[in-house]
Design a protein around this ligand. Sequence first.
Ligand code: BYC
Length: 309
Amino acid sequence: METNDTKFQTRIDEGEFVEPKDSMPDGYRHHLIRQMSQHAHSEVIGMQPEGNWISRAPSLRAKQILLAKIQDEGGHGLYLYSAAETLGISRSEMINQLHSGKAKYSNIFNYPALTWADIGAIGWLVDGAAIVNQISLQRTSYGPYSRAMIRICKEESFHQRQGYEIMAKMMKGTKEQQEMAQDAMNRWWWPALMMFGPHDTDSPHSSDAFKWKIKREGNDELRQKFIDKTVQQAEVIGLTIPDKELKWNEKKNIYDHGEINWNEFHQVISGNGPCNKQRMEHHIKYHEEGAWVREAAEAYKKEKSNSKI
Ligand code: BYC
C-alpha cells in the first residue's frame, strides 16, 4: 500500500505545487519553516545596515530611492512571515527563535556599512546575489513561497540597479570616490559569495531540499552564476574583483575563482561576526518598544469579533 509520504513524493516528482492545507510530511514542513523564517529574518535585519545611511544620503534623489528600497525589504519580510505562517507557526514564535539565536539570518548583514559606496555594494552585490538565489526559488515546490519569490524578484531587480548606479557614478567621480567604491567592493565581495551557503558537499539540508524540490539548483551552481554575471558588470565600470585566482576558463565557459574563507563564514553565522550583537540588540529593542502596537492590533481584532456576536 502507498504511504502518505510516498504519495507526497509522487506529487512532488510530477511537479505539483504543495498548498497550505495539503497533507505533507513533518520533515517537509519543518524544512520550509526553517528556511522561510530565516529568509524573512534576513529581509528585516537587512534593513539595518542601509537604514543607517538614510539621513546621510548624498542627494534628495538618492535618499528617496534608498527609503523606497528599505521599505521594500520590510515588505518582503512581511510576505515571507505570512507565507511561513501558513505552515502552522506564529509570527511571535519565529521572532522568539530569532532572538534566542535558534534561527539564523543571512551572514551578509553582520558586516558594517561604513561609507556611501557600501550602499552601492549592498544593492549591486547583495541584492544581486539574492536575486540569483530567489529566481531559482520561484520554482520551489511550496506554493506560497514560490509566489512570494515571484513578487519579491520584481522589486529586487530595481534594488540591484540602484546599487549598480551608485557604483557606476562613483567610478566616474574623483580619485577618492573611485577608491571608496573599490574599497566597498573589496569588503563585500567575499561575504556576498558566502550568501549562497556552504559547498553542496558540506550542505546538510541540500539532499532533502532537492528531494522535495524546495531547492532547484545547488549552492555552488547559483554562486557560479552570480560570479559569471557580476565579473562582467565590474569590468564595465572599472572595478577590480578582489580575487587573484579569478580567471576565465575557456573549456568550462565559467570563471574559476579562489576559495572562500569558510572559517569566517562559520564564525559569522554562529554569532561572532563584526555586527551580530549590534543587529540583534537593535531588533530586540525596537520589537519591545513596538509591543503596544501589537497589543492595540490584538485588542482591535478582539473588539471587532465581539461586536459580530
Ligand atoms: N547565512 O545546508 P545548508 C536580501 C546556514 S535578504 C546564514 O546549505 P540550506 C536583502 C543554513 O541556514 C535575502 N546562514 O542550508 C535584504 C544552515 O543552518 P541551519 C536572503 C546560512 O537552507 C535586505 C547551515 O548553514 N536570502 O536579499 O539548504 C537588504 C547549512 O546550510 C547561510 C535568503 O535568505 C548564509 N548565507 O541552504 C538587501 C535565501 N547559508 O538552518 C538585501 C533563502 C547557509 O541548519 N535561503 N546557512 O541552522 C536559501 O536559499 C537557503 O536557506 C540557503 C542555504 C541557500 C541560504
